[in-house]
Ligand binder design. Structure first.
Ligand code: ZN
Length: 165
């Protein structure tokens, strides 16, 4: 059956979800009341679980060195923890220059689960057409996948959902 918290498949006979640690309760009867209580418990557990995940992007800056452009610095900017991204787009404060003539913007999505090494996921977002500065946002979908969003003053595009758990 599917875990009510992270929606991963939990094998039959397993009591605790291997992904998020939510106890898989057997309920006698199918009362609406029991389902409502379980739903509330699942929402609470999901919030705590998602706080363990910090999402960010790796940004690269370049500089001119004796006429050649060289990598200056790679730094991670955080969107914050995933619990803030449920039904909500979190935008980075910085604005980014747009690279002309590309059809997709590649982004290094960085996932840090507390106590574990950084996981990097390459995400492609359809490029914006307008020659304007752009902002980068992250939002969590109902199935706990994440989509990255690019916007400028005129339009907005979104990546395919990626699995981060
Ligand atoms: Zn789970």
């Amino acid at each position: 059956m599917r875990c009510m918290v992270c929606f991963n498949e939990v094998p039959n006979g397993v009591d605790v979800c291997p992904c998020c640690g939510f106890t898989q309760y057997d309920v006698i009867g199918d009362t609406k009341e029991a389902l409502a209580i379980l739903g509330t418990m699942a929402d609470k557990h999901r919030n705590v679980f998602l706080k363990k995940y910090d999402l960010g992007v790796n940004i690269f800056t370049w500089k001119d060195k004796d006429g050649t452009i060289v990598l200056n610095e790679k730094k991670r900017i955080s969107f914050g923890t995933c619990d803030t991204m449920q039904k909500n787009t979190v935008w980075l404060e910085s604005q980014f220059a747009r690279i002309p003539d590309i059809s997709e913007q590649s982004v290094e999505l960085s996932v840090i689960k507390s106590g574990e090494p950084e996981k990097i996921i390459e995400v492609k977002i359809p490029a914006l057409k307008e020659a304007e500065l752009q902002k980068l946002g992250a939002e969590m979908n109902d199935d706990l996948t994440v989509s990255l969003v690019l916007k400028n003053d005129t339009s907005q595009t979104k990546s395919n959902p990626v699995s981060i758990l």
